[in-house]
Every structure is written in structure tokens, then in C-alpha cells.
Design a protein around this ligand. Structure first.
Ligand SMILES: Cc1cc2nc3c(=O)[nH]c(=O)nc-3n(C[C@H](O)[C@H](O)[C@H](O)COP(=O)(O)OP(=O)(O)OC[C@H]3O[C@@H](n4cnc5c(N)ncnc54)[C@H](O)[C@@H]3O)c2cc1C
Length: 394
């Protein structure tokens, strides 16, 4: 079988597969996942765990790659305030995370540094506090009280977090939230997939996809791949890719800038949307949301604003040095909700996009992989179909 022949060329040590095949020969897999970011890698891992042959066709370092530039939160609070299924789905992901992370650690030896003892979202004005209150109540209502939270005023917060400044009005807190190292998560998912016989092909971009009577042909610059099923997880390239298979999944980018400080003595026991302390001691700061097209650079004004906000919350950080900064582009749908779409016209073709690929990884490797291989479908998945988007009339 093609997979057996290919497996001998996998070099697990440096995580890179070196193809030796004749480029005219078609390579076949049960499932091909296009895009090896957090979404594609989690789904491929879930499929490989079911014993099916799977290949990930990935791009290269010049691509836009949210999975390599994100904030690393496993976050629930506030998600789905306007859409009950998303509130439930985010809560479910958080619930499944520690079991999933244990499985990943046992299978690969990679510790992603998951800490899931709750998180804060700081409010610097009364308006922010009032808005948060409404949002939290909505998520709790949507989940019939399963989502737990507290709104803390300054005095309550100060007791839990003494370094907080008196400019902070309060915070929302939820015990479901946490954080991890997203780069270790990505590596862990890809290693786990490969250890089960899955194939990871970097620098192998899908140029076009063709639906056949049975299965799909995927053309890259030097080969054609064939699979029974194809899962489109190309991040910001997904809108283009889905067009080949007559699907319409509108995607746009939203930039986030991040700052990383020198290592400081541990003081932040919980992550927040504005700042978190990694298990190595550095601080990661950043919560910007900028619609600037495909510009993934950094700007002084936004970096200064984020640093100022962090120091307003924790004044003792004013002398901490910043070591690095970067910008990365979020993969956004028009309504901000995930898309899990199975094509009616071309059964076996799936498209997945979301802006919470860290938080939802446990479900992508679990229920979403089950759905793709044809096992029982979790009832919430149909709430995220791409049918909600109107196809533009040319
Ligand atoms: C600043 C920032 C902060 C964030 N913070 C968080 C957070 O705290 N928590 C959270 O849950 N989420 C967070 N996210 C979102 C999260 O990073 C994304 O949801 C997730 O990374 C999306 O993964 P993806 O695999 O869909 O896309 P990407 O990471 O963009 O990966 C797409 C992959 O597809 C490849 N590709 C593209 N085109 C092709 C092609 N034609 N053929 C083959 N391969 C192709 C690319 O090379 C890339 O590897 C954040 C994002 C940003 C930008």
C-alpha cells in the first residue's frame, strides 16, 4: 500500500518527511489534510489515532501562520455570548482538554505546559465591567449554568492578586480557562500523527483540488496526491481552496500584536486576556485586534498601548524589559464563529476554519475527527456549517 512505501522515508527525528517518489506517480491516502497549522494538525492526529492513513500537506515559513504566533490561551469566558452553540462548544473543549493533553504527553513525551486553573479578564473602566457582566451572564444562560464565573470588584480582586493597581475596576474570572505553550502543542500534534504512521509534508502547497467520481486529486508544484477525503485547513488560504470544490467560506484576517518580556519571578498565577506569564517566567502581553489586510507587522503605537495597559494593571512591571514583538494574523469568519463544513456537492470534502485553534484543539482531534471519518457526529457540529454564508452573486 502507498502508505507503507512512504513511511520508510519519514525522519521522525527532525519531524520532516523527505519524499523520494517519482513525481509522475500519484500518491494515495485515505484522507489528506491541507494545512498543517493547529487546526489541520489536530484533525490529522485524530484521524491517525483511528488507524486511517492520513497525510498533511503544509506550506512553508513564508505563509501566514496563526498557529505559530498566537497567545496560547485555552479560553472559554465570553465565547458564544451571542450564539449558544459556541458557548457550549467552547465549554466542552475546556472540559476535554486535560485528558487530551495527557494523551499527547504519553504518546509523544511533549509537555505543552497546560495550566488550567482559571483565568481573568481585567476591566479598567465601569463600562468594561458592565459589558463583561452582561456577556458572562449570557454565556451562563446559554449553557444552563454549566459555565461558571465570578465578577470581582477591586477589593475582591486585590485579595486574590495583591500586585494589582487601584486603577483596575475589577475583573471577570472563570475556572474553565487556562493557557499553554502553543508551539509545543503544534509540535506534539504533528509528532503524534507521525508516530501513528501519518505523513507530514512541509513545503507542499496545494495549488488546486479536483473532485473526481471517487475521491479527490490535489496538485502541488511537483506531484499529484489522491485521497478519498480531503479536509481543507489552510488558514487564510481556505477561502481560495474551498472555491475549487464549490464551497463558499469567507475568511478575513485580523492582526494581533504580541510582546514578550525578559523572565521575571513568578507572580501571575492565572492567565488573563491581556497578559500571561509563561512557565519559563517571561510575560506575554497582547490583545490587539486590527483589520489591516495581510500586513502582519508591528507598530509602535499599538505596542506602546499594550505595554501601557499591562503597566496600568501591574505597576511593578514598569522596569521590565521587552525582548521580542511580533504580529500575526487571525483566521476570522464574518461572524467570528468556527466553520465545520461538509460539502453536499462533493461528499468527502470538508472545510474547517476558526480563530480559537488552541482552545478547540481537543475537540478537533476528537469529535471533529470522528465526524470526518464517518463515526457518530456530535450534535453541535451542524450548528457551524458554512451554509450560513450567502454565496456572492457574480
Ligand atoms: C495574535 C493571535 C493570538 C491568538 N491567540 C489565541 C489564543 O490565545 N487562543 C486560541 O485558541 N487561539 C488563538 N489564536 C487563534 C489561533 O492561533 C488560530 O485559530 C489557529 O492557529 C488557526 O489555525 P489554522 O491551522 O486554521 O491556521 P494557520 O495557523 O494559519 O495554519 C494554516 C496552515 O496552512 C498552510 N497552508 C496555507 N495554504 C496552504 C496550501 N494551499 N496548501 C497547503 N498548506 C497550506 C500554512 O502554511 C499553515 O501552516 C490567536 C491568533 C493570533 C493571530
Amino acid at each position: 500500500m502507498a502508505l507503507q512505501a512512504l513511511k520508510t522515508d519519514i525522519n521522525l527525528n527532525n519531524n520532516v518527511y523527505k519524499p523520494k517518489f517519482n513525481s509522475l506517480v500519484k500518491k494515495s491516502f485515505d484522507t489528506i489534510v491541507i494545512g498543517g497549522g493547529l487546526v489541520g494538525s489536530a484533525v490529522a492526529c485524530g484521524i491517525a489515532r483511528k488507524g486511517l492513513s492520513v497525510a498533511i500537506l503544509d506550506g512553508g515559513d513564508r505563509d501566514y501562520r496563526a498557529s505559530r504566533g498566537n497567545f496560547g490561551l485555552v479560553w472559554v469566558q465570553g465565547k458564544g455570548a451571542d450564539y449558544a452553540p459556541y458557548a457550549k462548544w467552547s465549554g466542552l473543549a475546556s472540559k476535554h482538554y486535560s485528558l487530551f493533553e495527557q494523551g499527547l504527553k504519553e504518546a509523544t513525551g511533549i509537555n505543552v505546559g497546560l495550566s488550567q486553573n482559571g483565568g481573568f479578564d481585567f476591566c479598567l473602566t465601569e463600562e468594561e465591567w458592565d459589558e463583561r457582566l452582561v456577556e458572562m451572564a449570557a454565556v451562563s444562560r446559554h449553557t444552563h449554568g454549566e459555565f461558571k464565573y465570578q465578577m470581582l470588584d477591586y477589593v475582591e480582586l486585590k485579595q486574590l492578586m495583591p500586585p494589582i493597581s487601584d486603577e483596575v475596576v475589577g475583573a471577570s474570572y472563570s475556572p474553565h480557562d487556562g493557557h499553554l505553550n502553543p508551539l509545543y502543542l503544534l509540535r506534539g500534534l504533528q509528532n503524534w500523527t507521525q508516530s501513528l504512521g501519518g505523513v507530514y509534508l512541509p513545503e507542499t502547497k496545494a495549488i488546486s483540488i479536483r473532485a473526481l467520481k471517487r475521491g479527490f486529486d490535489i496538485s502541488t508544484s511537483n506531484a499529484v496526491y489522491h485521497s478519498e477525503k480531503v479536509v481543507l485547513c489552510g488558514g487564510l488560504d481556505n477561502q481560495r481552496l474551498t472555491r475549487d470544490l464549490d464551497m463558499f467560506i469567507p475568511i478575513h484576517s485580523v492582526r494581533g500584536q504580541l510582546l514578550v518580556s525578559e523572565r521575571v519571578a513568578p507572580f501571575l498565577t492565572h492567565p488573563s486576556l491581556q497578559i500571561r506569564q509563561t512557565d519559563e517566567g517571561s510575560l506575554q502581553i497582547g490583545d490587539s485586534h486590527e483589520v489591516v489586510g495581510l500586513n502582519d507587522g508591528t507598530t509602535l503605537d499599538v505596542m506602546a498601548k499594550m505595554a501601557r495597559r499591562a503597566v496600568t494593571i501591574f505597576p511593578h512591571l514598569s522596569s521590565v524589559k521587552l525582548n521580542r514583538a511580533w504580529g500575526a494574523l487571525r483566521v476570522m469568519t464574518p461572524d467570528g464563529l468556527p466553520v465545520y463544513h461538509h460539502s453536499e456537492q462533493h461528499p468527502g470534502a470538508f472545510a474547517l476554519s476558526c480563530h480559537s485553534g488552541v482552545s478547540l484543539a481537543a475537540l478537533h482531534a476528537g469529535f471533529i475527527a470522528d465526524w470526518i471519518v464517518g463515526e457518530e457526529t456530535h450534535p453541535l457540529i451542524s450548528d457551524f456549517s458554512g451554509d450560513r454564508f450567502d454565496v456572492p452573486i457574480n
